[in-house]
Design a protein around this ligand. Structure first.
Ligand SMILES: [Zn+2]
Ligand SMILES: [Zn+2]
Length: 420
């Protein structure tokens, strides 16, 4: 028989019901779970009757026997990537479909008769991945590796190779809806980007589908982690770690995106030409670029659905629902810079994009690189790429940023030596 938790992550109605997740309150010690809400391990019991005592005991043990607690934590995190719980959770979620649902179930209904949920690509296979991989393999960040151990000799541990048919996969649509909902961007003959509202809605749905699936996967991971190791909720001195705060962020993030996913689905169902969705498009003046992504990133507090596609021309497509009718000035300004500098020289238009490019590198999880071009990068550049991805640019000197920034920009946008 399936456990409550196993069943939970294959059931749309349970997954998208906020009352099935823990509530957190801010105390003077940090975020802590509320006693009478569902337990953090998602056993189906309330916190006070489940993991609460074990977590409090672990805090006491950490204060009395810090060495024992330290060993326990190290055994949890210091492993080869493939042995890490986070990696195993991700692999099983997808390969074994341990997290699977159809995102269209509530708004569209009438899912595939057998309710078969299929693997779908959050980056379109035909229009994006094939052109990105050039028929070969792709590279992505390995976000499981611990950043504190990073150095030039192990830099390749922070990336992983992926076959293009395995890239950006989630299990979040039934076959019928996967075909129907992405018809205007994926069906053969439809995949040229025209910047019409239906295509923009479909691309936005791709991005949000990935982000929601990823948040659910992280909640599942954290619920497993606390079940296996009660020490993770606190620091060596017995104070609370960021565990509950992270957990709270994933749950609140999931329920911030959920209404937006429904809004996109409703607009697609109505084929709504009056959708409020705003889209800012950057048509890139090269034949092909060396990265693609599909991701939700907040800009000025507004979730933006971002796709970088290798269509017949490459595009950066950024859509969002404006809040209180307000547009995002940041995007308008970058677009203005981009268009303006492009008039002088196509090459400098990419440097106008650099603030946006940094934002993408820093926040993207569902991002893939062309392997052939990636392999040509020196280790110092790969090192820099991981640092921007993990930490942003605040700890990087302006001199380094300038030097490596240009190399990375040229790599990402496939800019060759030629001069304007
Ligand atoms: Zn529990
Ligand atoms: Zn369906």
């Amino acid at each position: 028989m399936q456990s409550y938790q196993e069943n939970f992550f294959q059931n749309y109605s349970l997954i998208f019901d906020r009352s099935n997740y823990p509530n957190f309150k801010k105390s003077n010690r940090g975020y802590i779970p509320e006693d009478d809400a569902p337990c953090v391990c998602l056993s189906g019991k309330i916190f006070a009757n489940c993991c609460k005592d074990g977590i409090e005991d672990a805090i006491k043990i950490r204060k009395i026997k810090p060495e024992e607690a330290k060993r326990n934590i190290e055994n949890q995190y210091n492993k080869q990537t493939k042995n890490l719980l986070s990696f195993k959770t991700e692999k099983k979620s997808i390969d074994k479909k341990n997290i699977s649902y159809c995102s269209a179930q509530e708004v569209f209904g009438g899912c595939d008769s057998k309710q078969r949920i299929r693997y779908s690509h959050t980056l379109s296979k035909g229009s994006t991945l094939d052109r990105l991989s050039n028929g070969g393999r792709l590279v992505r960040f390995n976000d499981h590796a611990l950043i504190k151990n990073i150095n030039l000799s192990n830099i390749n541990d922070y990336f992983e190779d992926v076959a293009d048919n395995r890239a950006s996969v989630t299990v979040s649509f039934c076959k019928k809806h996967d075909e129907e909902l992405f018809f205007h961007i994926e069906k053969d003959g439809n995949n040229a980007f025209k910047n019409d509202i239906i295509q923009n809605l479909e691309y936005s749905l791709k991005a949000i589908t990935f982000d929601i699936y990823y948040k659910i996967m992280n909640i599942k991971y954290l619920s497993n982690l606390i079940k296996h190791n009660k020490y993770v909720a606190n620091n060596p001195d017995g104070s609370l770690s960021s565990f509950f705060e992270d957990y709270n962020l994933f749950v609140s993030g999931l329920f911030k995106l959920y209404p937006l996913m429904k809004k996109l689905l409703v607009d697609l169902k109505k084929k709504n030409n009056n959708s409020q969705l705003i889209t800012q498009v950057f048509k890139l003046p090269v034949d092909r670029i060396n990265f693609s992504l599909s991701e939700v990133i907040e800009i000025n507090g507004i979730p933006c659905f971002i796709n970088v596609v290798n269509n017949q021309n490459p595009f950066i497509i950024i859509s969002y629902f404006p809040q209180n009718g307000k547009h995002i000035d940041y995007l308008k300004n970058i677009k203005m810079d981009f268009d303006h500098s492009g008039l002088i020289c196509w090459r400098t238009s990419f440097y106008a994009l650099w603030p946006l490019t940094k934002l993408l590198l820093n926040n993207s999880i569902n991002i893939y690189f062309n392997k052939t071009e990636f392999d040509k990068l020196p280790d110092e550049v790969k090192f820099f790429l991981v640092r921007i991805h993990r930490e942003g640019t605040k700890n990087i000197s302006s001199h380094e940023l300038y030097y490596f920034g240009i190399i990375i920009n040229d790599f990402l946008y496939n800019i060759s030596e030629q001069i304007c």
